[in-house]
Design a binder for this molecule. Structure first.
Ligand code: HAM
Length: 429
């Protein structure tokens, strides 16, 4: 390898976004706002492994799904075990609930997670190979009120960051009692169509997926396909009607999309997706649903569950598309110290340290930048206050506090500056 080649610059893997300032504070603001809403609704944090036994996803998510059959980052570790970078969170949560007997206590078990997931998808705007989700799972109670709570919570997550230009789509996929009969009806319909070999094969493995085919000619052929909503048994229909009724009562707007197809196999009954039209092709900003057979499939009790995964990356893109500001995310620190001269610098370092100790976000200029250069630092940090300390102030035992929003300046005794700023910041809120 040539010397030049050896030191060629490296970039992040294809399809993997970096979040660096000034975008990274927006990323945290969205992620943390979602987590806060989940905690407000009584969900507790679960920290999941980033990689799991490959079988977990094969069994949990479904071998016929694109996620499992084409998109997993699977490799043998040094002990020759097949492990997979988690493509989603639900299977891992259910595995952990079973492993730690959480389902033997108070039900539902309500858990919240956040972090990166990995899918080897074809990268494009809003479609990444490392994607970030905030998710919740409520396990152990088959109550439609829980479905409504979860859906309303997802809606509130988006509203809490100021997003509004999305719609909520809803359907029911039935359960193990009514779905098989529907599946047969759908297959009967599909097999009578002049489908190509591959689509016919898909119809035999997972007929619902054919309804999701984006090719206009297939869409046209399947326009009159039988729909699950028309084949729900009484229990599933009542369940779905209770969910929609509760959403009406809560004022959560939705549209019914009987042709919705989720990319994971575990779903039963209520399924939903949040769709934003400002993102181009990758319009799903979040989704979820009920998964009543999953726990048993993973070796646990036969308990039901429901949850969602909200895409943080796509929510950020949607916020950009809507031009929504996230308050406070431009501000790096509240207070920025500018000291002129060696002695003043030493004193400023102590003041900044004390400010941080008092819970005030503070930073100062370093190096010999002069007043003008150092004040630029205050601007770049979008600080609310600048502290200026020169030889004269130091001799007098004072410090200048500049209010950068009001363009006012006061002189404060050095000994009082921490308290002064604490109060000023509280009033400025
Ligand atoms: P999902 O629909 O596969 O569901 O993913 C949830 C959200 O993650 C999507 O709506 C989207 O916003 C985001 N997402 C997925 N793939 C990508 C990607 N390649 N690039 C960027 N964002 C992406 C699940 O993962 C389920 N575990 C959700 C759930 C929880 N269902 C029940 N409980």
């Amino acid at each position: 390898m040539s010397e030049k080649k050896k030191f060629a610059s490296l970039s992040a893997p294809k399809g993997v976004p970096d979040y660096v300032p000034p975008v990274s504070p927006r990323f945290l603001a969205v992620r943390d706002a979602f987590i806060r809403q989940a905690h407000l609704a009584g969900f507790q944090h679960i920290e999941l492994p980033i990689f799991e036994d490959t079988n977990l996803f094969a069994r949990g998510v479904g071998e016929s799904t694109d996620v499992v059959s084409k998109e997993m980052y699977t490799f043998a570790d040094r002990g020759d075990r097949s492990v997979t970078l988690r493509p989603e969170g639900t299977a891992g949560v259910v595995r952990a609930v079973i492993e730690h007997n959480l389902d033997r206590g108070q039900l539902p078990v309500k858990l919240n997670y956040a972090g990166p997931f990995f899918r080897y998808e074809r990268p494009q705007a809003g479609r990444y190979r490392q994607l970030q989700q905030v998710g919740v799972e409520a396990i152990g109670v088959d109550d439609p009120a829980l479905d409504a709570e979860i859906i309303a919570l997802a809606d509130r997550c988006y509203r809490s960051v100021g997003l509004s230009g999305y719609r909520l789509e809803l359907t029911s996929l039935g359960d193990r009692n009514c779905r098989p009969a529907y599946r047969e009806k759908l297959q009967e319909f599909l097999f009578a169509l002049p489908l190509d070999e591959e689509t016919r094969h898909r119809a035999s493995i997972n007929p619902l997926r054919v309804l999701d085919d984006k090719r206009p000619e297939v869409q046209e052929m399947t326009a009159d396909a039988p729909l699950m909503l028309d084949y729900l048994n009484d229990e599933c229909r009542e369940h779905f009607e209770t969910v929609t009724g509760l959403l009406d009562d809560m004022g959560v707007a939705y549209t019914i999309n009987p042709r919705m197809v989720r990319g994971l196999d575990y779903y039963t009954k209520t399924c939903f997706e949040f769709v934003h039209d400002g993102l181009g092709a990758q319009s799903g900003i979040g989704g979820g649903g009920r998964y009543d057979g999953l726990m048993q499939q993973l070796g646990g009790q036969d308990l039901s569950g429901i949850g969602f995964g909200l895409g943080v990356d796509r929510t950020l893109l949607a916020l950009d598309a809507e031009g929504v500001e996230l308050p406070g995310t431009e501000r790096r620190v509240d207070v920025y110290g500018v000291a002129l001269g060696a002695e003043a610098k030493k004193r400023m370092a102590v003041v900044i340290h004390q400010l941080r100790g008092a819970g005030v976000a503070a930073d100062m200029s370093y190096g010999d930048r002069g007043l003008k250069g150092a004040m630029k630092g205050a601007d770049r940090a979008a600080a609310r206050y600048a502290l200026v300390l020169g030889e004269n102030e130091l001799a007098e035992g004072t410090i200048a506090v500049k209010d950068l929003a009001q363009h006012e300046q006061v002189s404060v005794p050095l000994t009082d500056v921490v308290e002064h700023l604490q109060k000023a910041l509280q009033n400025a809120l």
